[in-house]
Ligand binder design. Structure first.
Ligand code: ADP
Ligand code: MG
Length: 541
């Protein structure tokens, strides 16, 4: 009819569909995880928006329904969630909203078969995975607050249509017309097993139509509310994988209950693998806030940004169930939980750091993020500094500031650092010569943030932290071999060099910092160090 609008998918969607449908054949069952997760998200969003009066209240027994129909060869997934307007259908199901999705699918398609499951686990392929099992998908949706409903429909081959439709209540139905070779996904037992495997921890009840009856399909227990002794390592792992969309083992699992002035349960995880998505996309912690089991939001900032790699759930008794966005911003409860949880994570890291070998992979994945804490969090700066690890001019592997201080030479007053972009270049830098000759260790820093935090920290165990590119880093108080040629009289040469370089340099001096090289660039003692000067120059200052 005339009211049916026909649209082309964006070029990126076409490419993604192609990859998803053709490259992931052996992993087809995850389409159900993706659709159920979307439906659960939609219910959670509606619940939260209804608290602020933006959406009508959820029906009392809101649930997700999974309905296989063998005769019609359809599988329907229905929710009473937030729904989608006409514009949202086109936006969310016609484009790729999340950056990185296409690149991910590409790397997935190229990965060896054995690695695929782990890659998929790290990153949902989303709604379009429906086309792995269906040759036609209909999405009928009514947005919360809207009177009208819309139907989106596509065979996943370049086009979709949107037309007016009927739906008695707010929410969404996804109808999959199954491919001939995907009939296994119409078998209730097969569906049950998939839900158990991938969606058991979704706290919205899921029902499955089996023998004409709606049977509960997920356990939906709030694992974090159980005593630790009642939870197996496997249950922790599965839950972690579910909430973090991950496939690795948790590197650390923190599960505790606070009672007294604050009343909350927390179950937090530190991943053992670096997530596929760059953690630079958003700096906010995504730890989920629940109030009396009910999911509220993952935007409560329950941990500081420099702990954003921590995944998990905090469930509190100290907020009302109908907490509003404004209340979340104003309540002191969240700040107190954040303080307690931050302390807890830090003490876990401190304990784990005692085992250098076990700590190294954590440091390699998340050290850069942790360093942000030294830069921006005055309250925790000292504790975080003790958790930092470095490459060094003197020792192999990772070393800590405390270990460095333990190795300082007699007469050495400062902790010396050299900051740059490239770890290999740092190790060969002429800046190190005089320090090497005297046997003075230098820490080599090459993360982007390294130009910033040392100045904020200032000292460690009362030893000032000094960049060796700052001309004042003075070695004369330290015993040991000195650079040769010191005796040479440079009083005539130095002014000539200065004259030749004019305003390129502010001063030319003799130094005891070089052994093999003739000259080295140095920064002014009280100005920015060389790496900082480079950064400021790049920024056009
Ligand atoms: P993601 O879930 O990672 O955002 P998806 O491809 O799975 O990516 O889904 C894209 C978007 O489509 C979702 O973010 C959401 O806005 C919308 N969406 C999908 N399914 C539903 C649903 N059942 N109810 C409401 N919105 C949905
Ligand atoms: Mg999704």
């Amino acid at each position: 009819s005339e009211t049916v609008e026909r649209h082309e998918f964006g070029a990126e969607v076409g490419r993604l569909l192609d990859l998803v449908v053709h490259a992931l054949y052996s992993e087809r069952e995850i389409f159900l995880r993706e659709l159920v997760a979307n439906a659960a998200d939609a219910v959670d969003r509606r619940r939260f928006e209804s608290l602020t009066g933006q959406a009508p209240a959820l029906p009392e027994h809101a649930k997700l329904r999974v309905v296989p129909d063998k005769a019609a060869r359809t599988l329907t997934i229905s929710d009473s969630g937030i729904g989608m307007s006409k514009a949202e259908l086109a936006q969310h199901l016609g484009t790729i909203a999340r950056s990185g999705t296409l690149a991910f699918a590409q790397s997935l398609a190229e990965a060896p078969g054995a690695e695929k499951p782990s890659l998929i686990g790290q990153f949902g392929v989303g709604f379009y995975s429906a086309f792995m099992v269906a040759d036609r998908v209909e999405v009928t949706s009514r947005r919360a607050g809207a009177e009208e409903a819309w139907r989106w429909e596509s065979d996943g081959k370049g086009q979709y249509t949107i037309a007016p439709a009927e739906r008695a209540e707010t929410g969404t139905d996804i109808v999959l017309h199954m491919k001939a070779d995907a009939e296994e996904f119409l078998d209730p037992w097969r569906l049950q097993a998939i839900i158990r495997k991938w969606a058991d921890h979704i706290t919205v009840p899921i029902t499955l139509l089996r023998d004409g009856k709606e049977e509960p399909a997920n356990e939906g227990t709030a694992l974090w509310r159980k005593p630790r002794s009642d939870v197996t390592a496997e249950q922790y792992r599965d839950f972690y994988r579910h909430i973090a969309h991950a496939f690795d083992e948790p590197w650390a699992t923190l599960h505790w209950r606070a009672e007294g002035t604050l009343d909350f349960s927390a179950l937090l995880f530190i991943p053992s693998a670096k997530p596929f998505m760059a953690m630079e996309d958003s700096r906010e912690s995504r730890v989920r806030l629940h109030v009396r089991r009910m999911f509220i939001t993952e935007e409560a900032g329950l941990l500081p940004p420099w702990l954003r790699f921590v995944q998990g759930v905090v469930d509190t008794e100290d907020l009302p169930l109908n907490v509003s966005r404004e209340m979340l911003q104003a309540t002191p409860v969240l700040a107190r939980i954040r303080k307690a949880a931050t302390g807890r994570v830090l003490s876990e890291l401190k304990a784990k750091a005692k085992d250098a070998e076990a700590y190294a992979p954590f440091w390699e994945h998340f050290g850069q993020v942790l360093k942000e804490g030294v830069f921006e969090d005055a309250e925790h700066r000292k504790d975080v500094a003790a958790l930092l690890r470095f490459r060094s001019s003197a020792v192999e592997g990772w070393t800590s500031l405390a270990d460095y201080v333990g190795r300082m030479k007699e007469g050495q007053a400062a902790i010396y650092i050299l900051v740059g972009d490239d770890p290999a270049a740092l190790a060969k830098s002429p800046q190190l010569e005089g320090f090497r000759a005297k046997g003075v260790e230098v820490l080599l820093l090459s993360d982007g943030i390294d130009a910033f935090w040392p100045e904020q920290l200032g000292t460690f165990e009362d030893k000032p932290i000094r960049s060796i590119t700052q001309a004042g880093a003075d070695l004369s108080a330290i015993a040991g071999a000195t650079a040769e040629g010191e005796a040479a009289d440079l009083t005539l040469l130095l002014p000539r060099i200065k004259e030749a370089l004019k305003d390129e340099v502010s001063e030319v001096r003799a130094t005891d910092r070089l052994v093999d090289s003739a000259v080295v660039l140095a920064a002014a003692q009280h100005g920015p160090d060389l790496q900082m000067a480079r950064i400021l120059r790049r920024a056009g200052r």
